[in-house]
Design a protein around this ligand. Structure first.
Ligand code: ZN
Length: 642
């Protein structure tokens, strides 16, 4: 598998990842991975429905038209192009920009294609008339003013009404905020907040027998089977606790599960499975469903132990106010893993590092687990190696050379510091929670973790403990971080739009804030040469001090729940794009002809049975993107198996 790119469309490239050690694993681990993988794949429909209420209908319709056109040998490439994008985004909104994308065919054409579908095929899949289905999807596919954004963070609007995500119905932002502030809602994380018949607000809880109950039943089924193959007794309890939570929907059960999960550190297989991240809720309350099945990479994990062993040292030397340092850093553990299966919100676009659990009080009391996804990162860097973006945007030959030499090491180190120490660091003031920062919470939290990584990457301690080979690793990273935050990442945004996504906002916020202070002191600057702009850094140590200064302020904002300061910082530095620069970057990037976003197909795991017993699990990488998506829709959708 030397060529990791297997498909390419719109602004997306699809890669494969490899689990090289899978075949050598003992059967028990293979079985455990297999059952966890099935549980991961079964949750797929939940994320589709969470992203937008109409998504599953759109998918069913498009796949039906696709099937019909294929069998008539009349596939329209514009249909397939749109369907590939919808698959990738788990819905009709771009996975990163959150904007609804538009098909390159017209509504009249879609209606014609629908009428060409054989009636029995159509009814068996859509359970409705052609006319009705065409009418029901019309607005969500074609009307640019209908649910234009998946997540809207525009503070001048009612965030719930302006966002397409499907967490609230018939309720407005202010009443939901007071509903949860007054402690009336018990399931902020795992429910839809809805208007009840008597006019008050209620919750439809996501659990067995509740909302998403049919899908959760499948997840629970596979978790029950997985439990039998867990790697140790403690892990059996972990899986059991997750099942209990899926059954009850009670968040105290979820806390119990998290405590057990964070404490289990010995097993060679681990997993994430559940309603976890709140980035897709404009209020930061409701969690999207996701899963990652993980196989620990022992060799690489050993290198990281060097960093986590020194967690307390980093905390004690953090440039934040001494009141907001954690006195006892506990349980910081980081592992390098190889992904075996990606599901829900982690598929096909996937994070490269994850730190959980998210509940601050559990992290403070019981610690957290961090993973970095080695085979994913590796596939990305192989694909990016010759994209030409570095040569186009780097300010000098020396910078390119430095990046070639150190970027891989630097990226790994950044991810490790960000996930392993960054998110877990710091202390809240009494009575303050991250929710106090409302819509700005995610951006501030990501900025805090990034700044922690940026600041400590250049510390002598890194070399002392053997985590970095030289300071050049940090300086190469400063080059690429500033280049990305001030220039390159804009290539991902359509002209005329602002930044919405928390990680993008946090990167620009950090870079603009330090640049504003660096430029007058000749520490760093944006310069123009022959009509092109570049970022030049003149004094790396001074730049590091600026990262430290901002970390101090960002930690204060989080610890004190200073909403006004968070708002000012994000709105002033992290939201608006410089129009002239934006246009230039988009032009330059377009000429490189590289897809700015990547996602993955999963390997296919299959049981080998003999006399009714599973005797082996095989792994196969040959499936195409289209085939995988169609198979998932066919085999892992409760509605289709009816
Ligand atoms: Zn993060």
């Amino acid at each position: 598998m030397s060529e990791p790119i297997i498909d390419r469309f719109a602004d997306i490239k699809i890669l494969r990842y490899e689990v090289s050690e899978f075949e050598q694993l003992p059967l028990q681990q293979k079985l455990f991975l297999y059952c966890l993988s099935e549980a991961a794949l079964w949750g797929r429909d939940i994320i589709w429905e969470q992203n937008c209420a109409e998504n599953l209908l759109v998918r069913d319709l498009l796949e039906t038209v696709y099937a019909s056109q294929c069998s008539a040998n009349a596939l329209d490439s514009r249909l397939l192009g749109y369907l590939k994008r919808v698959w990738f985004a788990n819905g009709v909104h771009h996975h990163y920009s959150n904007d609804k994308f538009r098909p390159s065919f017209a509504e009249t054409e879609l209606r014609q294609w629908i009428s060409d579908v054989p009636d029995d095929l159509f009814t068996s899949r859509l359970h409705d008339t052609k006319q009705n289905v065409a009418d029901r999807v019309s607005a969500v596919i074609f009307d640019p003013d209908f649910k234009p954004k998946k997540v809207c963070l525009d503070k001048n609007q009612d965030l719930l009404k302006a966002s397409a995500v499907n967490f609230y119905s018939g309720v407005c932002q202010s009443e939901v905020e007071s509903f949860y502030k007054n402690g009336k809602g018990r399931n902020a994380l795992n429910s839809n907040a809805v208007r009840k018949a008597d006019g008050s607000i209620g919750e439809k809880v996501w659990r067995l027998g509740g909302m998403y109950g049919a899908t959760i039943e499948k997840i629970v089924f596979w978790l029950e089977r997985a439990k039998k193959h867990a790697c140790n007794e403690q892990q059996k309890e972990v899986v059991g606790a997750l099942i209990k939570y899926y059954k009850s929907g009670d968040l105290t059960d979820f806390d119990e599960y998290n405590k057990l999960w964070v404490a289990e550190k010995a097993a060679p297989v681990d997993f994430i499975n559940g309603f976890i991240e709140v980035y897709s809720d404009p209020l930061g309350l409701k969690a999207t469903w996701e899963s990652i099945v993980e196989l620990v990479d022992n060799e690489a994990s050993e290198r990281i132990r060097l960093i986590s062993e020194n967690a307390q040292w980093f905390e004690d030397h953090s440039p934040v106010d001494v009141r907001y340092r954690k006195r006892n850093v506990r349980g910081v553990s980081m592992k390098v893993i190889n992904a075996v299966m990606l599901g829900g919100d982690c598929y096909p676009a996937t994070p490269i590092g994850v730190n959980l659990p998210n509940a601050d009080w559990i992290r403070e009391k019981y610690g957290s687990k961090s993973v970095s996804l080695n085979n994913i990162t590796h596939a990305c860097s192989v694909a990016a190696r010759d994209s030409g973006a570095l040569a186009e945007f780097a300010a000098s030959k020396a910078e390119i050379e430095c990046s070639r030499q150190f970027a891989d090491q630097a990226d790994d180190l950044h991810t490790q510091l960000h996930e392993c120490l960054g998110h877990g660091s710091g202390q809240m003031a009494d009575g303050v929670t991250l929710d106090d920062l409302k819509a700005y919470g995610s951006t501030i939290e990501e900025a805090r973790a990034d700044l922690f990584a940026l600041y400590f990457m250049a510390d002598d301690k890194m070399i002392e403990i053997g985590a970095a080979t030289s300071k050049d690793v940090a300086w190469a990273h400063y080059d690429s971080y500033m280049r990305n935050g001030l220039l390159v990442q804009m290539s991902r945004i359509e002209l005329g739009k602002n930044l919405e996504e928390a990680h993008m906002r946090n990167r620009q916020l950090i870079c603009r804030w330090v640049l504003q202070r660096a430029q007058p002191k000749h520490v760093a600057a944006i310069v123009e040469r022959a009509g092109k702009h570049y970022v030049e850094i003149y004094d790396y140590e001074a730049l590091r001090s600026l990262f430290g200064e901002l970390l101090h302020e960002v930690q204060r904002i989080k610890s004190e729940g200073d909403y006004e300061a968070a708002k000012n910082l994000v709105e002033n530095y992290g939201v608006c794009l410089d129009q002239t620069l934006h246009t230039e970057v988009v032009e330059r990037y377009k000429r490189l002809d590289v897809a700015p976003f990547s996602g993955f197909v999963n390997p296919r795991l299959a049981p080998v049975e003999r006399d009714g017993q599973i005797v082996d699990i095989t792994i196969d990488y040959s499936e195409s993107y289209v085939d995988q998506m169609l198979r998932y829709s066919r085999d892992y959708s409760f509605r289709n198996s009816l």
